[in-house]
Write a protein that binds this ligand. Structure first.
Ligand code: DI6
Ligand code: FE
Length: 399
């Protein structure tokens, strides 16, 4: 399989956008073989079959480095209840909240979970995603966490999408472990981690470090088990309060700390020292009508790479579109369009520990997006309209 994409405006995402007019990308065997201006095309590539991009913008395929798209049920009715004045307690008593998703996920068959996850994956693909990360965390028993991870692993067999799976058993404390979070870590989170790893079901380990979930000490115990297995770690940290989870995770070499609205200067410094990525999740901020923005200026000043992701989940982020998340990151947090696009390409790859994607460069996987746009700022500028013209996945054009 060989193709030459030509007559494109390239944003290779190397040295800023790296904008290149009259650009071309040569693809051989699913990898990028050459990137540059058409006038510099090497003689050996002149005879490749060609696709005329019509002057459109060509970028790396987008990477959604934080999502929870495997789950049962939905929470739209609870959204309406809250807008009709129901309190959080009333919603919970009526069977709503995260535990309603846990119940529905436990009750669902693998086939049903896969069908609904694929519908969500299709929405992510429509936004330009070529790689997505998918977390467990709504099963909260050993068997149900493994079930979720098996479903997540199956997505890539059904769609032109690469999927990275993350173990998130330490997402919430199920009712049967109420007030026994330590026992949950020992009896469910760590055993499910060992079993999922033995079954080849996970690429990384995550946890929710928060007053309503797990303490830094509990997460650290889980992370030690993950590191002993050689698995990378990442953390939902400082979303609602500053428990110093990001610094703890960074100290253990975390790939990323995610949300981080409430992170303080010490956490930013620890992330900078460790090279951890700050994963910015404006969809959850928006849905929760949060008012404390993550410290973008401090991350920028400290050189902490920032990624942008959807956090697609039924409770706090019913959003599938990376371009919309990029728009929100710019408008709500004052990130620049360049930072937003780096956040869904190069820095998102880094947040997943991947070096074979995220830029247009020789040797990278041939996952690209072709946009009905002339300048990359358009991707962040538009609200809710996705100018995706075509995706190239593994060198194959799936327009
Ligand atoms: N932070 C969140 O915002 C979601 N999970 C997390 O760790 C909430 C998930 C849900 O309500 O279903
Ligand atoms: Fe999340």
């Amino acid at each position: 399989m060989a193709i030459l994409l030509h007559n494109a405006t390239l944003a290779p995402m190397v040295n800023g956008y790296g904008l290149t007019e009259d650009g071309a990308v040569a693809i051989l065997d699913g990898r990028i073989a050459w990137v540059g201006r058409m006038c510099n095309l090497p003689e050996t590539l002149v005879s490749l079959p060609r696709h005329d991009c019509g002057g459109r913008l060509l970028t790396p395929g987008l990477i959604d480095c934080h999502s929870h798209i495997v789950f049962g049920g939905d929470r739209a009715v609870e959204f309406e209840m809250r807008l009709n004045g129901a309190s959080y307690e009333e919603v919970a008593r009526a069977g709503g909240g995260i535990l309603s998703t846990v119940r529905a996920t436990r009750a669902a068959s693998e086939a049903d979970l896969l069908a609904s996850a694929l519908a969500r994956a299709d929405l992510m693909i429509a936004g330009g995603a070529t790689t997505i990360e998918v977390k467990s965390g709504y099963g909260l028993t050993v068997a149900d966490e493994l079930k979720m991870l098996r479903v997540a692993r199956q997505i890539a067999a059904h769609r032109p999408l690469r999927v990275v799976t993350t173990h998130l058993a330490a997402h919430a404390i199920p009712p049967e472990y109420a007030d026994r979070a330590d026992a949950y870590i020992d009896e469910v989170a760590i055993p499910s981690l060992h079993q999922a790893h033995a079954a080849g079901l996970i690429d990384a380990v995550d946890a929710f470090c928060e007053g309503i979930a797990f303490s830094p000490a509990q997460v650290e115990r889980l992370f030690r088990a993950a590191r002993a297995l050689g698995l990378p770690i990442k953390l939902h940290a400082e979303q609602l309060s500053d428990l110093k989870g990001a610094a703890m995770a960074a100290g253990m070499g975390a790939l990323s700390a995610d949300h981080v609205e409430y992170i303080a200067a010490d956490g930013v410094a620890a992330m900078a020292a460790a090279g951890s990525v700050a994963v910015i999740l404006p969809g959850a901020f928006y849905t929760l009508r949060e008012t404390q923005a993550p410290p973008i200026t401090a991350f920028r000043a400290a050189g902490v790479p920032m990624a942008v992701a959807t956090d697609f989940n039924p409770g706090t982020a019913p959003i599938a579109s990376l371009p919309l998340a990029m728009n929100m990151a710019c408008t709500l947090f004052r990130m620049t369009p360049l930072e937003a696009l780096a956040g869904t390409t190069t820095h998102a790859a880094r947040a997943l520990g991947l070096t074979d994607r995220g830029t247009l460069a020789p040797g990278q996987l041939a996952d690209l997006c072709l946009w009905d746009a002339r300048h990359p700022a358009e991707l962040s500028y538009r609200i809710g309209a996705t100018p995706l013209h075509a995706r190239i996945f593994g060198g194959r054009l799936d327009a």
